[in-house]
Ligand binder design. Structure first.
Ligand code: ZN
Length: 355
C-alpha cells in the first residue's frame, strides 16, 4: 500500500534538511585538519586573513594562487555586522571559483569564523557552509570555557567542521574583542582543555595582541639605529612548554600583524594621525611559524596597506572620484602584503598539492 503520510514526512524532512544545512564541501571549501597537520610537520604556518570587502578578498585569492598557498578566510563579528554573514559566505564560495579561474586546479580555502562567542553563532555559521569555527570562551571561567567549547565541537564534528578553542587572554582591541591586559596561556592547563573539549586547534596567548597599537610606548624599548619602538619579545618559553605538553598539536596565534612602519609613515604623510602604532616583528613570527604554530592571524596589516594606498592616491589626485581608481592601488598593495607574508614570514608558498 502507498503510505502517503509517511512519504510526506520523509520528503518534508529532506526538504527541511536541505533548507537548513549547506555543507562547505559542496562549496569547494576544506576544513583545517589536513592543512594543519601538514603545516606542523612541514614547519610552516597557514595564513589566516580577515576579509570584509571585495578588494581584500580579491587580493587574498590572487596572492594565494600566485604563491600556491593554502589560505584561511576569516570572518569576524565586526565583518558580519559590516558586510552580512550570508553575503560573506557567498563571497567565499566565489573565492573558490575565482581561484580556479586564475589557474589553480585545486585551491585549499577554509572559511573560518573568527572569535565566535556563542554556540548559536557557531551553529549558524556551520549550517550555512563555514568549514571551520573558533569558539572563544577564553574570557570565561575555565570550566565554562571547557563546557561551551565541548558543545561547539560536538555539533561541528558531526559535519566534519573543525574547531579552534582559546586559552589565555590577548591584550588589545579587535572590534568587539578587547582586553586591557593579557594573561599568558598556562601550559599546565592545555592537555586537560584539549582532551576535554576535543578541539582541533588551540589559540594561545604568548604576547601577541589585537589591533595596530599592540603595546604602549612604556612597554617598548627604542631601537638606537632607527629610533623606532621595539615591542617586548614573544614568550617563546611559554610556547615551548605548551609544545612539550602537546607534541604536534596545532597551535594558533592571533593578533600577529607586524604594523609595517612604512605604511604608518605613508598614512601620516598623507593626513593620517597614527602615533606609536607597533606590531610583532616579522622575525619572531618567522620563528613561531617553524614551531607547532600552524595558523597565524593577520588583519591590521592589510587595513594599514589599504588605508595608506587610498590616502596617497586621493592626495595625489584630488579630483579623482571613481572608487575603482583609488581602490586599484589599494588592492595591489594588499596583494603585495599578502604575498610577502606567505613567502617571507609564514612559508606556506608552494604547499598546494595539485596546483
Ligand atoms: Zn583574534
Amino acid at each position: 500500500m502507498w503510505d502517503i503520510s509517511e512519504t510526506k514526512i520523509i520528503s518534508n524532512n529532506t526538504i527541511l534538511k536541505q533548507l537548513a544545512m549547506i555543507s562547505y564541501k559542496e562549496l569547494g571549501l576544506v576544513n583545517t585538519r589536513r592543512m594543519f597537520s601538514k603545516a606542523v610537520d612541514g614547519g610552516y604556518a597557514i595564513p589566516a586573513f580577515n576579509f570584509n570587502n571585495m578588494e581584500q578578498l580579491q587580493a587574498i585569492v590572487m596572492a594565494a594562487v600566485e604563491t600556491k598557498s593554502p589560505v584561511i578566510l576569516q570572518v569576524s563579528k565586526g565583518a558580519r555586522n559590516y558586510a552580512n554573514q550570508t553575503l560573506l559566505r557567498y563571497m567565499a564560495e566565489g573565492a573558490v571559483e575565482y581561484a580556479k579561474e586564475l589557474g589553480c586546479k585545486a585551491p585549499e580555502i577554509v572559511l573560518h569564523l573568527d572569535h565566535g562567542d556563542s554556540f548559536e553563532l557557531c551553529k549558524s555559521c556551520i549550517d550555512m557552509g563555514f568549514s571551520s569555527v573558533m569558539i572563544d570562551g577564553s574570557a570565561l571561567p575555565y570550566d565554562e570555557n571547557v563546557a561551551l567549547t565541548r558543545k561547539v565541537v560536538d555539533y561541528a564534528h558531526q559535519y566534519d567542521v573543525t574547531v579552534e578553542g582559546e586559552l589565555g587572554v590577548l591584550a588589545g582591541v579587535e572590534e568587539e574583542v578587547s582586553s586591557a591586559e593579557s594573561h599568558y596561556t598556562k601550559p599546565e592547563e592545555v592537555i586537560d582543555f584539549v582532551t576535554k573539549t576535543g578541539v582541533d586547534s588551540l589559540a594561545i596567548s604568548i604576547g601577541t595582541s589585537h589591533g595596530a597599537y599592540k603595546f604602549t610606548p612604556e612597554q617598548c624599548t627604542v631601537d638606537p639605529k632607527t629610533g623606532r619602538l621595539l615591542p617586548p619579545p614573544l614568550a617563546f618559553d611559554v610556547l615551548e612548554a605548551i609544545e612539550k605538553k602537546l607534541p604536534g598539536f596545532p597551535i594558533v596565534l592571533h593578533g600577529s600583524s607586524s604594523v609595517p612602519q612604512e605604511e604608518v609613515d605613508t598614512i601620516n604623510q598623507y593626513g593620517g594621525n597614527m602615533k606609536a602604532a607597533v606590531g610583532i616583528p616579522e622575525e619572531q613570527l618567522r620563528q613561531a611559524a617553524k614551531s607547532a604554530v600552524c595558523k597565524i592571524n593577520i588583519d591590521s596589516d592589510s587595513r594599514l596597506a589599504m588605508t595608506a594606498a587610498i590616502r596617497k592616491a586621493l592626495a595625489e589626485k584630488p579630483a579623482e572620484f571613481d572608487p575603482r581608481k583609488y581602490l586599484t592601488p589599494a588592492r595591489d598593495s594588499m596583494k603585495k602584503l599578502y604575498m610577502h607574508k606567505i613567502v617571507n614570514v609564514l612559508g606556506s608558498n608552494e604547499k598546494l598539492q595539485n596546483a
